[in-house]
Design a protein around this ligand. Structure first.
Ligand code: CDP
Length: 790
């Protein structure tokens, strides 16, 4: 077998299956080490002064009183940074963002000044001594208003800019789609909003920067999901050579996309360390995290779906207004300004589809990260899954039956969608059938009929999703021009223990366990004996980091490939040990033996020792048992799933209670089924949060109304049912171990199931759609004024 051969299409987990997580020992004993645990001798502390206005010109800024504070060591402003050519920094979407405002502020919470003091409290106190005079300007809060001719221009820093348009992008065939719509029996239309939400990880963002004035080396401990990409950006911005920058991402308390970008606080910590000659720590508080770091979604969508009278879906036509905030800080591959929204055709065999997305600037925080979602797929899946339900209502068909009739069939894979995506593999009807059986769908519909007769509001929601994860093929995908391939290095020590070095960065997903399992499977070394090293640019090969469920599809593949390279090297060493031709050796997990003589074997540990010994090796074979690789995925992987959600709505309080949730996921071969289930549990909770509780709201002045967990609600066990999980396994045909990503599947697939259930519950009131979050107030308003139709 060569290093890239796809093994037989297994459907069982890789060896050691649901082994407990290796990292849990340190987490459960309180020995995790996070950025805020880093303390260095002589360390100073930074704090950010933020704008109280959403849109205002800075008239004057006086820092003299703050500078006179006895514990303050430096006050940095936009003017200081301007002198260093650092007042603006590049964003991940080829825009620029103010590090500290110089001309005007463009969202409430924007960074205006940075105080460095001997302790955290003094730094905070001194912020109040800074005197800023603002001239308030009219803010643009509503995305639909942003394109009005008389809307204030937010980005007047860009010469010649006269409007708030960020981009116009389209995909699909407009003419073919129009033709399909013209010939359709039925066209259903729906406007919907995927509201602005926030990843809200438990640990907020922060950095400790330490510029060593003697060696000229900068070390930055920071909350980053992409240490290597951050180092390249620091090198570009600061003009330092990359080898003089070391980015260390220690344990991360949740990322979900929030820790992909570079925030002004990181840059200010770096500049402050250079200016003061001391290490500087900056860690934001909860409100700062919610107000100023990357939001997600904020897609205003208009969908149209065309079908025949008997329920064959023909086409989809979509228009989106995407609110990108004040700077386009979206993290997605350059060719995809609307991320992977192009997969909005979902899991269905459509004749034609077309969408147009317009991005706009508003006076809100920048971002648009892929919060637990591969680049806008959450929005795409929500759209198509709501549209299918809207169509089912129009046709008076059961929504599960309508889906079953239109799902792609297994023999259509690999399937090229009408917007150009090549889905790698799937058996969609099997997944939906499994979910419906687990949910006892027919019985549920009967129960619902009876309850409706009694005036009770019970809803059943179905969703089916296809994700496209594992960005990505370098030919098509990059972040800021950096191709999305991942390196891996594997070293087997003389005693047969191994170290695997990776560029991805775990934030709680269990990489130290699952990546060790992949190597263990390939080499027969116990996973306990394989150390996974990540999160330190000085110790790991280059790669673009962890987001968009790309770790398993890209670095997981790299881990398998590099282990196979080591195995091929081991074959050569074993052939020298056994004095036979390499082709006369057979591999059995953990050892090579001579064909026809199983007793003659040499284990990997014996081979590793021999590779480091004075054994004469075949011509051209160096010593040691190491290998390295760079994996450039040939395609994305396409996990999918079928979800059924059951809700009860209290007709008096309009409160939605999720009673049952069945999730059938297919992520190809599962490495560690327990970890996969944990990922799905988390994603389902996320989905309930977004569907029922969460929105980053603003008032008409652009004041942020969700700056604490009192207002921005996270789901707890009280809101979540006992999840019921099922699975099917359709291995990815191009991934070395047949795995697909899964980290974000449940966040992508679940909101539509919940909202479909809520709308279904409100059917007796004639309600056709409610926007997220379906809070009691939203549901109550949807019910009011409508006659109850039993
Ligand atoms: O990139 P990220 O780690 O967030 O997402 P992922 O690649 O989907 O992996 C999430 C976790 O689930 C990792 O620990 C994976 O190794 C594990 N996983 C698995 O055990 N089997 C799969 N087929 C996919 C992921």
């Amino acid at each position: 077998m060569t290093t890239t051969d796809i093994p037989s299409q297994r459907s069982t987990p890789v060896g050691h299956g649901s082994m407990p997580r290796k990292e849990d020992e340190r987490f459960l004993r309180g020995h995790g080490r996070y950025v805020d645990d880093i303390t260095l001798p002589g360390m100073l502390y930074g704090a950010v002064l933020r704008s109280p206005h959403a849109h205002a010109r800075i008239v004057s800024l006086d820092t003299s009183a703050a500078q006179a504070h006895p514990k303050v060591r430096a006050v940095i402003t936009g003017r200081t940074l301007e002198g260093l050519n650092l007042a603006w920094m590049p964003t991940l979407s080829h825009d620029v963002q103010a590090v500290l405002a110089t001309d005007k502020v463009r969202f409430q919470g924007q960074e205006v000044a940075f105080v460095v003091a001997e302790d955290r409290y003094a730094a905070r106190d001194a912020l109040e001594l800074i005197d800023v005079e603002y001239e308030p300007l009219t803010p643009v809060v509503d995305a639909t208003r942003a394109l009005d001719d008389d809307a204030p221009v937010i980005r007047d820093d860009v010469e010649g800019r006269t409007d708030n348009r960020v981009f116009d992008w389209e995909t699909g065939d407009a003419a073919a789609t129009d033709a399909v719509f013209a010939s359709a029996d039925v066209v259903a239309t729906q406007d919907m909003l995927y509201p602005r939400v926030h990843p809200a990880p438990m640990e907020t963002c922060g950095a400790v920067a330490d510029m060593d004035p003697v060696t000229g080396k900068l070390t930055v401990w920071t909350t980053t999901q992409a240490p290597h990409a951050h180092r390249t950006l620091y090198a570009l911005v600061a003009g330092l050579p990359e080898h003089k920058i070391r980015v260390i991402s220690p344990d991360i308390g949740g990322g979900f996309g929030n820790k992909v970008g570079i925030y002004p606080g990181y840059v200010c910590a770096v500049v402050s360390s250079i200016v003061t000659g001391k290490p500087v720590k900056w860690v934001e508080d909860r409100s700062e995290n919610l107000m100023s770091t990357s939001f997600a979604r904020d897609y205003h969508m208009h969908g149209e779906i065309a079908a025949t009278r008997d329920g064959t879906i023909l086409g989809l036509r979509v228009k989106v207004l995407a609110d990108h905030g004040a700077f386009n800080g979206t993290a997605q591959p350059s060719k995809f300004p609307a991320g992977f929204f192009g997969v909005f055709t979902g899991s269905y065999d459509l004749r034609a589809a077309h969408c147009r997305v317009t991005g706009v600037y508003t006076n809100k925080a920048p971002g648009g990260v892929a919060y637990a979602c591969s680049f806008r797929i959450t929005e795409a899946v929500y759209l198509v899954e709501r549209m299918v339900d809207v169509l089912a209502r129009e046709l008076d068909m059961d929504p599960a039956e309508l889906r079953m009739r239109n799902l792609l069939r297994p023999e259509q894979f690999p399937y090229r969608s009408s917007t150009g995506w090549e889905y790698d593999s799937g058996d969609y009807p099997r997944a939906l059938r499994t979910a419906l059986e687990m949910a006892h769908y027919d019985e549920l519909r009967e129960e619902q009929r009876q309850r409706r007769e009694r005036g009770e509001l019970m809803g059943i929601g179905v969703s089916f999703f296809t994700e496209a994860v594992g960005a990505g093929p370098r030919k098509h995908m990059d972040i800021m021009g950096l191709g999305m391939a991942d390196g891996a290095e594997l070293r087997v020590h003389p005693t047969g223990k191994a170290v695997l070095r990776l560029s991805v960065q775990t934030q709680g997903q269990g990489h130290e366990t699952t990546f060790a399992q992949i190597v263990a499977e390939e080499l027969g070394i116990p996973p306990e004996d394989i150390d996974v090293v990540h999160g330190d640019t000085d110790q790991t090969p280059y790669g673009l980091g962890t987001y968009g469920s790309r770790s398993t599809p890209v670095s997981g593949a790299a881990a398998a490939v590099v282990a196979r390279k080591v195995r091929e090297r081991a074959r050569l060493v074993a052939s020298a040990m056994l004095e036979v031709d390499p082709d006369d050796l057979e591999w059995e997990k953990g050892r090579f033996f001579v064909t026809g003589d199983p007793t003659s074997g040499k284990t990997i540990a014996e081979i590793a020792m021999a590779a480091h010994s004075d054994l004469e090796l075949p011509e051209g074979v160096e010593g040691h048992l190491d290998a390295e690789t760079v994996y450039n995925p040939p395609n994305l992987t396409y996990p999918f799933g079928a979800y059924v959600c059951v809700v009860d709505v209290d007709p008096d309080t309009a409160q939605v209670k999720v009673r049952d949730f069945v999730a059938v996921d297919d992520c190809g071969v599962r490495i560690n089924p327990m970890i996969v289930e944990g990922q799905i549990h988390g994603g389902l909770a996320d989905g309930i949060g977004m569907a029922l509780m969460q929105v980053m709201a603003f008032d008409s002045d652009g004041n942020h109304l969700g700056g604490s967990f009192m207002d921005y609600l996270l789901p707890t066990t009280m809101e979540c049912p006992s999840w019921r999980l099922g699975q099917t396994v359709t291995p990815s045909p191009h991934h070395p171990i047949g795995a697909k990503g899964v980290g974000e599947s449940a966040t992508v697939g679940s909101p539509a199931a919940v909202i479909n259930a809520v709308v279904d519950a409100l059917k007796p009131y004639g309600v056709r759609h409610v926007d997220m979050p379906a809070t009691p107030a939203v549901v109550w308003r949807a019910m009011q004024g409508r006659p109850l139709r039993t």
